[in-house]
Design a protein around this ligand. Sequence first.
Ligand SMILES: C[S@@+](CC[C@H](N)C(=O)[O-])C[C@H]1O[C@@H](n2cnc3c(N)ncnc32)[C@H](O)[C@@H]1O
Ligand SMILES: [Zn+2]
Length: 283
Amino acid sequence: MPVSLPPALELSIDLLRCPTCRTRRLRHDRGALRCSTGHTFDIGRHGYVSLLTGTRATSGDDAAMVQARDRFLSTGRYMPIRQTITGLAADAVPDQGTVVDVGCGTGYYLAGVLDQLPHARGLGLDSSVRALRSAARAHARAAVVTWDVFRSFPLADAMADVVLDVFAPRNPAEFHRVLRPTGRLIVVRPTGRHLAELHGRVPAMVTIDPAKEQRLRQALDPFFEAAVTEQVEYAASLTGLEALDLVRMTPSARHLSPAELNDDGLLPDQVTVSVLATAYRPR
Ligand SMILES: C[S@@+](CC[C@H](N)C(=O)[O-])C[C@H]1O[C@@H](n2cnc3c(N)ncnc32)[C@H](O)[C@@H]1O
Ligand SMILES: [Zn+2]
């Protein structure tokens, strides 16, 4: 039986463009999205649209990482980050505005923003179908599509009031193209202190490159200027499972043996959460 159009997708279908011929709109036709020349993209039974066809994405979270992320985020330990993002977004999204979350993962932050904006619609992009299965259920007004952030987005020009990028890869030129001139890009990234206790104890955890901030500035500078930056920093106490999930939601877990992961003494029972959230205005 053909999959019906998920309500969130119906809200946002006018924003999508055919990824093959770029400019043409997509229409719903018997469980798929189709452009006028016949390029066809399936709507999965889990509710996301597969626009990334042909090539396989080179990156994206696997099932174990997504499960760990889902479990960890549902504890509320990152709620202060979500609240900060929501505050920055609320200042930039008009009634019936549009929020695009690039590398949306399980949709936790997009859902939080939409909860505060009762008439806004959301669109999440991610290369991980595992993540999008969760994201498709994250919010009634959040549509989700598979996409690779490093390719031209399958989105119309100037359609977004806010583009979110939370701990995810970035494509400044495409962020700029899809944002309205009055819109805001919100980028959230870790500082050098983020989860330092975990990095100290789990040698396989990828550490944060100190030159990262400078590289971010250089990459965004041709397209954006920073309007406001908020620092979110606090101590979070962790249960054993939460600490384990924080490791499992990163690629580092692949380099650890089950014995190492289950070693009770290895993981800290408290970590520093430290991130910067910046809202940028397009140049
Ligand atoms: C650290 S997670 C952050 C997810 C979400 N923003 C959050 O903070 O909960 C990074 C996300 O980027 C996605 N990702 C990695 N490479 C990507 C790419 N090339 N294109 C699109 N998404 C990608 C991963 O699948 C993952 O969901
Ligand atoms: Zn087409």
